[in-house]
Design a protein around this ligand. Structure first.
Ligand code: CUA
Length: 315
């Protein structure tokens, strides 16, 4: 019993900042199970080996003596496992309680699973996909749901996993104490793209996090035109296209909107909203005559695509 009790203070472990960190509780809990089952396993296994050798039936030996019952032994082998199981049950309950109750001051984000990725919405209105940025030193509560089928959100480094269910909101919380990148996975088979349903948690120092948020918010208040300009710059479009009109690896953006253009296959089209939106998504389908097909496809949202078009119109 004493050997078991010494493990008790392992619960509600706090990290250096004094905040509750379920990672440590889970790890302690796991190690405790491991130690107890290993000791039991070793005890039973060694006893089986020892008994088999000691009481092996020898040549010419008859049946052994018939032994009936041993009250003391029976009490021991009932009471000891019972105590161990109650002890582990209480410990499990305590860890569960700690994990199920998100701290009041937690930073709360909404995460929505979809086939196949994760949409993240921050309290400030910022949105990201497959990238959950969080400030270090503050617990994070993740409100989970799903757009289509069952998914499960799993961050091994934080020892958390929870179902993402359409039409319902579940939650988990974790405490990022160290800046860094932590992989997140979908752990519920959800179709052919299941294994690609990866995300990462990026824990940032508070100042870096605030700076990142500031930058994101700037993007939110920009006009479509400004946003389009920023996208064209950020996505690296100008590596091939240019805005001055000289001939480079790709058709110049200058005057591109509304221009009649001959595609490979000698079809003439007019560069309009539909053409541009489609070309950003499926560049291979509409290569301009005289140019090699080198453009990657960009999965822009409808709004982003419109912003890019607004910007191209002005060139
Ligand atoms: Cu989503 Cu598997």
């Amino acid at each position: 019993m004493a050997a078991l009790l010494f493990l008790l203070p392992s619960l509600a472990s706090a990290d250096t900042a004094g905040a509750v960190n379920p990672v440590k509780s889970w790890d302690n809990h796991w190690h405790m199970f491991l130690i107890i089952v290993t000791v039991l396993w070793a005890f039973v296994t060694l006893l089986v080996i020892y008994m088999s050798l000691k009481y092996k039936r020898k040549k010419g030996q008859g049946d052994g003596a018939y032994i009936h019952g041993n009250v003391l032994l029976e009490i021991i082998w009932t009471a000891v496992p019972l105590i161990i199981i109650i002890f582990l049950g209480v410990q499990s309950w305590a860890v569960y309680r700690e994990q199920i109750k998100a701290p009041q001051d937690a930073y709360e984000v909404n995460v929505e699973g979809f086939m196949w990725g994760w949409n993240i919405t921050y309290p400030e209105g910022i949105k990201t996909t497959n990238e959950l940025r969080v400030p270090v030193g503050r617990p994070v509560k993740v409100n989970l749901t799903s757009k289509d089928v069952l998914h499960a959100f799993y961050i091994p480094d934080f020892r958390i996993q929870e179902e993402a269910i359409p039409g319902r909101t579940t939650y988990v919380w974790f405490n990022p104490v160290k800046a860094g990148e932590y992989p997140a996975y979908c752990t519920e088979f959800c179709g052919s793209g299941h294994s690609l349903m990866l995300a990462k948690v990026i824990a940032m120092e508070k100042t870096d996090f605030d700076a990142w948020q500031g930058k994101q918010k700037e993007g939110m208040v920009m006009s479509p035109l400004e946003k389009g300009k920023k996208l064209v710059n950020d996505l690296g479009c100008l590596g091939c296209h240019n805005v001055t009109g000289e001939k480079t690896a790709a058709p110049a953006f200058k005057g591109i909107y509304g221009r009649d253009t001959v595609l490979a296959g000698d079809v003439t089209i007019r560069v309009d909203d539909a053409y541009i939106a489609n070309h950003i998504k499926n560049p291979k389908s509409t290569t301009v005559k005289g140019y090699a097909m080198t453009m990657p496809s960009y999965n822009l949202s409808g709004e982003e695509s419109k912003a890019v078009i607004e910007y191209l119109k002005t060139l």
